[in-house]
Design a protein around this ligand. Structure first.
Ligand SMILES: Nc1nc2c(ncn2[C@@H]2O[C@H](COP(=O)(O)OP(=O)(O)OP(=O)(O)O)[C@@H](O)[C@H]2O)c(=O)[nH]1
Ligand SMILES: [Mg+2]
Length: 285
């Protein structure tokens, strides 16, 4: 449905089906798709069928949370993803105001042909309609608030905050549609699921935190060995364990036994909030 109404619809089901259908229904009305992903894992945090879903619609890929990712890697991703005149990319740290006018300029240039077409058809000029899509908790709603400079839509640091759709005018010539995060759980590979869990992009109850922390530690040991040793004060990589973290932080249970569950939760919190430094889990080829 075109802008004018806020449409409150049922929340996403397990496969992302209901929310997904809502988003699909909007696609025919929109001039541009803004696909938000997480700069720390730009492939894992995109819908596995995004290429076929959005077809030939102009697309702008936003790598959000750039402040939490390695800057040079994000730059490489932006170059790799801006693959054709119909698809551009930008990385953004929404904690600063840098990049607002660049984002608007990109949205205007990607919708220019459509806006010209309307004028040629004698249709009254209207703002470009832009649908913001992406998996849960990547920063879709934050992007909209950031652009208008005030809290217009709900945000929160957990997946599943946005339940309905809402149009927001962010510029005289651009209107954005906030949508619920969509994740087709049954189409996600294990390695992707792990990265999404590590970055808090799937519902907390759907995975075992201890298991995810253990596997996350394993992945990070391979990418950032020195940081990890320092993090748990270990002399060697073999010493980098949740047990070592529990001991270092004095997370002890009855009888002074290291509390692995709490250590797992501390590790995931530190990883997600940037306390382990800037992290990029995937790099372009
Ligand atoms: N550090 C950092 N945090 C961000 C950035 N963008 C968004 N966030 C945080 O990410 C969390 C999720 O933001 P939302 O905007 O609610 O995410 P969403 O994609 O709308 O999530 P759903 O509505 O659940 O699909 C919030 O805690 C934001 O503050 C960013 O660029 N940097
Ligand atoms: Mg949201």
């Amino acid at each position: 449905m075109p802008p004018s109404k806020n449409t409150k619809k049922p929340k996403s089901d397990k496969s992302g089906g209901t929310a997904f259908q809502q988003v699909q229904n909007q696609l025919k009305w929109v001039d541009l798709i803004i696909e938000v992903c997480d700069a720390r894992a730009p492939m894992a945090s995109r819908h596995p069928r995004s290429a076929s879903l959005f077809g030939s619609k102009p697309r702008l890929i936003v790598l959000a949370k750039e402040d939490l990712a390695e800057h040079a890697a994000s730059k490489n991703w932006v170059n790799a993803l801006a693959s054709n005149p119909n698809q551009k990319a930008i990385s953004l740290a929404l904690k600063t105001s840098k990049g607002k006018s660049k984002l608007i300029d990109l949205a205007l240039s990607l919708t220019e042909a459509k806006r010209k077409q309307l004028v040629e058809k004698g249709i009254l000029p209207r703002p470009a309609r832009v649908c913001v899509v992406g998996v849960p908790n990547v920063g879709k709603s934050s992007l909209i608030n950031w652009l208008v400079g005030q809290k217009r839509v709900r945000v929160g640091d957990k997946p599943g905050v946005t339940r309905g759709q809402q149009w927001v005018r962010v510029h005289p010539q651009v209107e954005l549609l906030d949508t619920p995060g969509v994740l087709p759980a049954d189409e996600i590979e294990k390695s992707v699921q792990l990265k999404l869990s590590l970055l808090n992009l799937v519902q907390a109850g759907t995975y075992d935190s201890e298991d995810v922390a253990r596997q996350g530690l394993h992945i990070l040991k391979a990418i950032y060995p020195e940081r990890l040793k320092e993090y748990v004060s270990a002399d060697s990589l073999e010493g980098v364990t949740l047990q070592a973290l529990a001991t270092k932080r004095n997370l002890l249970g009855t009888g002074g036994i290291p509390d692995i569950k709490r250590a797992a939760s501390v590790f995931l919190g530190d990883l997600r909030s940037g306390k382990l430094g800037e992290i990029t889990l995937e790099r372009p080829d």
